[in-house]
Write a protein that binds this ligand. Structure first.
Ligand code: WQD
Length: 338
């Protein structure tokens, strides 16, 4: 069976392509290489021994999208990652985010309707919950007004999919990721941040390798045990596997409604300081960091209640935050050799 993975050369996309191939799926990737590199295709191929089909297409080019679907009429489903995802960039360039993240989703869903293609997995985010009223967060907790245009595109995306699943018989699953971290244990694929990393783990590994002088910890005056903010850090390999499980749920028609939403996290929260200490311990090194002011827009604490995914999807994270910190460091070391 053939699955389209948009953004399949990106961080989560590439790990999902590997997981799909390992499960015996044929994969075709669409990526515009705006936030990924063609070398990722080699990494995937080295891991699985199978080179996925790849087409360099910008999903904003409607004619190219129409042409792609006219040439690929044997798809079993789509896993849609391709989107812009930098929170603070979205505040500076909202229209780029609405164009890239919403228009492309509409073009894909239109083609699914034209070709009577039903199975769709959407890359969503825990950011839709904003600052939660209670923890852990369940899928029934309210979606809060978005804290950024990026987060808003995820909320709007879910609403577009909800309406389309009612009107056109689309069968969709939205996976709300918590904080994806780590790299494939082979160190052949991993995170490739563009420029200065916004996210904690790539900034940590680049500081440890010497690419960054020092990690700034954004605030230690939060109402948490050690004063630093808490997140649910999930290994990207576990996150990738959740996409395969979700796609199989739809292919095997096990879905219980035409639009289902699942939190994909570990169910455990870790503070920034816990991450730093764990990183130093598992990789036997000292990290240079300093405490600075809070970052605008950061929430205090967020972690998932994953019981719905465990019960309905039969999926549970298998790897620990420490595994992810070890794999992220091995990946950074491999990058330094290039
Ligand atoms: C984690 C923690 C920071 C960098 C974002 C997006 C979310 C998703 C994941 C796309 C926070 C602290 C960070 C640094 C620090 N992306 N930090 N120093 O903000 O939880 O989530 O990425 O879907 O949508 O919002 O992740 O890694 O940026 O921050 O102290 O140099 O690390 O304050 O507490 P975040 P993050």
């Amino acid at each position: 069976m053939k699955v389209l993975v948009t953004g399949g050369l990106g961080f989560i996309g590439s790990h999902t392509v590997v997981a799909l191939q390992n499960k015996g799926y044929e994969v075709v990737i669409i990526d515009n290489l705006s936030n990924s590199s063609i070398e990722v295709l080699d990494g995937i191929t080295k891991i699985t021994g199978i080179q996925p089909a790849f087409e360099k297409i910008d999903l904003r080019d409607k004619n190219k999208v129409v042409d792609f679907f006219n040439r690929h009429t044997d798809l079993a489903g789509i896993i849609h990652f391709a989107a812009s995802k930098a929170v603070n960039e979205s505040v500076q360039k909202p229209l780029l985010y609405y164009e890239n993240n919403i228009t492309t989703l509409i073009y894909l869903l239109q083609q699914m309707q034209v070709h009577a293609l039903q199975n769709f997995i959407f890359s969503s985010s825990c950011t839709v919950y904003g600052e939660p009223d209670k923890l852990p967060i369940t899928e029934k907790d309210p979606v809060k007004p978005a804290l950024s245009p990026y987060g808003n595109t995820k909320q709007i995306g879910e609403e577009i999919i909800r309406d389309s699943s009612k009107a056109y018989g689309l069968k969709a699953i939205a996976l709300r990721y918590f904080n994806p971290i780590g790299a494939h244990p082979s160190a052949l694929i991993g995170e490739l941040p563009n420029g200065v990393p916004q996210n904690l783990i790539p900034f940590i590994t680049q500081t440890a390798i010497g690419k960054r002088a020092q990690l700034s910890v954004f605030g230690d005056d939060y109402p948490t045990e050690d004063g630093t903010a808490i997140r649910d850090y999930i290994h990207v390999v576990d996150l990738a596997q959740s996409h395969v499980v979700a796609m199989e749920r739809l292919i095997q028609k096990k879905n219980k409604s035409n639009f289902e939403i699942f939190n994909i996290g570990t169910g455990r929260g870790s503070s920034v300081m816990e991450i730093i200490k764990a990183f130093e311990k598992v990789n036997n090194l000292k990290l240079n960091y300093k405490i600075v002011d809070r970052r605008e827009g950061d929430v205090v604490a967020v972690w998932a209640d994953t019981s719905f995914a465990e019960k309905e999807l039969g999926w549970k994270a298998q790897l620990s935050m420490e595994d992810a910190l070890r794999d992220a460091w091995q990946w950074e070391l491999k990058l330094a050799q290039k």
